[in-house]
Design a protein around this ligand. Structure first.
Ligand code: ADP
Length: 348
């Protein structure tokens, strides 16, 4: 299933249509549709091995597609009998390890992408690009003298040198210390937004994807399950599998009767769904302890930093929720309610 929940937007700079890639008997990507739009950041999120990097390589033209098409405006970049080479696609690439030349200065690394221009113009343009990523002051440094985040911005400046219609980044934060990530992310995002290109970021980190994306594409086992704005995907996943890609989700068995899904933790509206078995997806923060509700017992609690993770059982069903205030003791009897805005019902 493929659902695009984004409102009407600019024409895509790059599109994948029904793209597939196989390695022997292994299908790495199957029937992938994806649009990258100018000025928007698309995050391709999925677990390791689900085919994200392969799809990125197909879009970049580093590998041929076995099926489907890659389009840029009216032009076919990949398709039956067509394979435009990477350097002619108007695509800039930032690899996981940044792939800077260690023997070239920062400026020379960026200027490398401008070989087609006269030397003098090359350096001026490279310096302007370094300014864009706020590294002009380090133009004469060697790559090894820079932090991981700075090296990444050099790689981005180099990728932007040919004014690409799209910039593709593969796991751009995987090599960085976690305490630096928030700051590096902000700086990188500002530079990407200033460039105005269509951006594709491949990541396996749900929080990162939610924080960065204008458009999110959820991928699992070679297929794109859902495309939409982060908030929409988070609150309205198309399936339990899509829900779980974006963070913890309780799957509560339900009985749907007359447009209401009944669970052990309370009822959720299910307008238009047929009577019968169903499943309610509810995020941990969508379950609350309250003065009334479904009687339940606390079976475990765990300290999670800014919250406590609490496991409750009601009528034999288990669910996890998050508490930000006081924590009840294990064995305590409580009442649980479901916030219907944070729940979604699936028919069986
Ligand atoms: P992800 O980026 O989501 O971690 P990949 O696109 O790297 O996933 O890989 C998807 C699947 O395709 C994996 O099972 C991987 O082992 C397989 N694969 C990727 N590249 C190759 C290749 N060059 N040869 C054979 N199998 C590959």
């Amino acid at each position: 299933m493929h659902v695009n929940a984004s409102p009407a937007l600019a024409q895509p700079a790059l599109s994948a249509r029904g793209v597939a890639r196989r390695y022997g008997p292994k299908t790495a990507v199957e029937g992938a549709d994806l649009d990258l739009r100018p000025g928007r950041i698309t995050c391709l999120l999925g677990p390791s091995g689900c085919g994200k990097s392969t799809l990125l390589r197909l879009i970049a033209g580093l590998e041929p597609a076995d099926e489907g098409e890659i389009l840029a405006g009216g032009q076919t970049l990949s398709g039956p009998g067509v394979h435009v080479p990477p350097e002619q696609r108007g695509v800039g690439l930032v690899f996981q390890d940044y792939a800077l030349f260690p023997h070239l200065s920062v400026l020379a690394n960026v200027a490398f992408g401008l070989k087609h221009r006269p030397r003098k113009e090359r350096n001026a343009r490279a310096l302007a690009l370094l300014e864009k990523v706020r590294l002009a002051a380090r133009a004469d440094a060697w790559p090894h003298m820079l932090s991981g985040g700075e090296q990444q911005r050099v790689a981005l400046a180099r990728a932007l040198a040919r004014e690409p219609a799209a910039v593709l980044l593969d796991e751009p934060f995987s090599g960085l210390d976690s305490h630096l990530k928030a700051e590096v992310r902000q700086t990188l995002l500002s530079a990407l937004r200033a460039a105005g290109a269509a951006v594709l970021i491949v990541t396996h980190d749900a929080e990162e994807a939610l924080l960065m994306a204008d458009d999110l594409a959820l991928m699992s086992e070679g297929r794109i399950l859902q495309v939409g704005e982060p908030r929409h995907c988070y609150l309205n996943p198309v399936s339990m599998a899509a829900a779980r890609l974006l963070g913890e989700a309780n799957a509560l068995p339900a009985r749907i009767i007359g447009g209401v899904a009944e669970t052990a933790f309370g009822d959720v509206p299910a307008p238009g769904l047929p009577d019968g078995a169903g499943m309610v997806m509810v995020r941990p923060e969508g379950l609350r302890l309250w003065l009334e509700g479904a009687p339940a017992e606390i079976v475990s609690t765990a300290f999670g930093g800014g919250f406590h993770e609490v496991t409750v059982v009601a009528a034999g069903q288990t669910a996890r929720l998050r508490l930000h205030g006081g924590v009840p003791a294990v064995g305590e009897q409580v009442f649980v309610t479901i916030d219907a805005d944070r729940a979604r019902v699936f028919a069986a």
